[in-house]
Design a protein around this ligand. Structure first.
Ligand code: IMP
Ligand code: MG
Length: 185
């Protein structure tokens, strides 16, 4: 195990099984729709998840990457995110937004608002992880991989300060690392 990891929260086999189940849930939801599905992964945290997911979706789809600046190098959640990059044409498309983790929901609501202005036929959202901090507003997600405790996690695409995205597991970092790096920012 990586020396910076306190403990593994979700191991590789469990992630693989659940992502396959999610692919089946998503495929079932679009079974009637046919083609015209555009996947919009939020960079950079969703890269590994979306790569594993799309290879198990048995229909024609397009991928349009979007970057959301939510926080930089800190373990706090976003308070005011902004969208960067150019969205692909979404008018009349069935759009599936894919993100790594739903925490407060600020990021996903912002992205959903921007996408709705592009007149998609339908808009759904999938997240790998959901934390309990989502609050009183309606949940902005249709598909959830795992409900996890309110801890900062890394791996399988999720980072701290840009690092640890390549860990194959989802893991909790040693707390002294979070404090040290946050103070250095
Ligand atoms: P929200 O806007 O509060 O829902 O935060 C969601 C965003 O915060 C995610 O897209 C991540 O970029 C980031 N984030 C929240 N919790 C974690 C975590 O535990 N590890 C890594 N990134 C996180
Ligand atoms: Mg993110």
């Amino acid at each position: 195990m990586h020396e910076d990891i306190l403990r593994v929260l979700i191991d590789e086999a469990t992630i693989r099984r659940r992502v396959s189940e999610m692919a089946r849930e998503i495929a079932a939801a679009y079974a009637e729709t046919g083609d015209g599905i555009t996947i919009v992964p939020l960079m950079t945290g969703s890269i590994i998840f979306v790569a594993d997911l799309v290879r198990q979706l048995p229909f024609k789809l397009r991928i349009g990457l979007v970057t959301v600046s939510s926080y930089y190098g800190r373990s706090t959640t976003s308070q005011g995110a902004t969208l960067q990059g150019v969205l692909p044409s979404l008018s009349g498309q069935n759009v599936l937004v894919v993100d790594d983790v739903l925490d407060s929901g600020v990021t996903l609501r912002l992205v959903q608002n921007v996408i709705r202005q592009a007149n998609p036929r339908d808009l759904k959202t999938a997240v790998l992880l959901r934390k309990p901090g989502a609050g009183p507003l309606p949940e902005p997600v249709d598909f959830v991989g795992f409900d996890i405790p309110n801890e900062f996690v890394v791996g399988y695409g999720l980072d701290f300060d840009g690092l640890y995205r390549n860990l194959p597991q989802i893991a909790v970092l040693r707390p002294e690392l979070l404090t040290k790096n946050a103070m250095a920012c």
